[in-house]
Design a protein around this ligand. Structure first.
Ligand SMILES: N[C@@H](CCC[C@H](N)C(=O)O)C(=O)O
Length: 335
């Protein structure tokens, strides 16, 4: 028997599978199949999720473990900020460490245990990097620019400006009004740019942000490989970098920025050091269920309430108390 964990960061929800505990690792096809099956919002496990986070032995020196990110549609992403916080907590508890590095697709990233966000709401801080702006890194094409930073892009939407930032997964960001954030455009643009389109050949995570005041944002994201999510950690990190670069009168480097999202709230701190941008993302790492399941069910890509034992952790109640005192934006996606 082995254990799957159901977890979330700002209610961006995942299953964690630690392959180092298995007798035999799953093949990439089996991981894709398992991700699609358990995350399905209708027929999946526990109401589904946004992705599967796979823990492996590290491939780079200096890291405690490797994290792979499989989106709900089975595609693989280079990074996941909310997911990394939950994997950081999992590894901190597994290895009895509070600060260490996690091997992700493009680099080792520093993580650390942070102060609880509230009573019984554990939090972790993770490094979001490397950052790229060039069109080859996203990638994007046919938009008449080599990079987008507060740039008018009539091909995407006539009235809005856009920034394109890879952290290193690709993000498109626009600062918009409350009416636009609540309206249909984000869903339409997200679906278009993640389907067959001439601009973003690998798809892109689309983030709309509302400036609420100095150092304060609300961000809503349409995620590549997923659709609308309650929050996207790399999206909020990339958006705060754009906030600092484009709205210097309202946000600054090295200062905490509060980012509300439909699932809760995180803090980010944007840094520029040795010629490179990086962002620290700080937020909850909540475990909602422990699922005990036989390895054969994992290999078959078929984990259900009938062939597993599901134990709620009780942490969701504390998380809900925490978000109850936050401003309400009424845009959450239910599991
Ligand atoms: N939810 C994540 C991002 C997950 C990957 C994304 N869908 C992609 O394909 O790039 C986060 O918290 O960063």
């Amino acid at each position: 028997m082995t254990e799957l964990l159901k977890v979330h960061g700002s209610q961006n929800s995942f299953f964690i599978l630690d392959q180092t505990t298995l007798a035999n690792e799953l093949s990439d096809d089996q991981l894709r199949q398992l991700a699609k099956q358990v995350t399905d919002h209708q027929k999946g496990l526990l109401g589904g999720a946004d992705g599967l986070l796979v823990v492996n032995h590290p491939t780079r020196e200096g890291a405690s473990a490797q994290m792979r990110v499989i989106n709900a549609d089975g595609s693989e992403a280079s990074m996941c900020g909310n997911g990394l916080r939950t994997v950081a907590r999992y590894l901190a508890e597994r290895d009895h460490r509070t600060t260490f590095k996690v091997d992700t697709m493009n680099s080792n990233l520093q993580v650390r245990q942070a102060d609880n966000l509230a009573a019984s709401v554990p939090a972790f801080a993770v490094e979001i990097s490397p950052v790229h702006f060039d069109k080859a890194a996203l990638p994007f094409d046919h938009l008449g620019h080599d990079r987008l930073l507060g740039t008018m892009v009539p091909e995407l939407a006539p009235q809005l400006t856009f920034s394109a930032i890879a952290v290193p997964n690709p993000h498109l960001i626009s600062f918009v009004s409350q009416a636009v954030i609540e309206g249909p455009l984000l869903g339409e643009l997200g679906a278009y740019l993640n389907g067959d389109n001439p601009y973003f050949s690998d798809g892109v995570n689309v983030n709309f942000a509302q400036i609420l005041g100095p150092n304060k944002l609300f961000v809503r994201t349409f995620e590549r490989g997923v659709g609308f999510t309650n929050a996207c950690g790399t999206g909020m990190s990339a958006t705060t970098l754009a906030f600092v670069l484009l709205h210097a009168n309202q946000a600054a480097f090295n200062e905490p920025i509060t980012v509300y999202n439909p699932g809760g709230m995180v803090k980010t701190i944007v840094h520029f050091a040795a010629g490179h941008y990086w962002i620290e993302l700080i937020g909850n790492a909540t475990f909602t269920h422990r699922i005990t399941v036989g390895e054969a069910a994992l290999h078959a890509g078929h984990v259900t309430a009938d062939n597993s034992t599901i134990n709620p952790t009780g942490e969701q109640e504390a998380y809900e108390q925490f978000i109850h005192q936050l401003p309400s934006f009424n845009l959450s996606v239910k599991d």
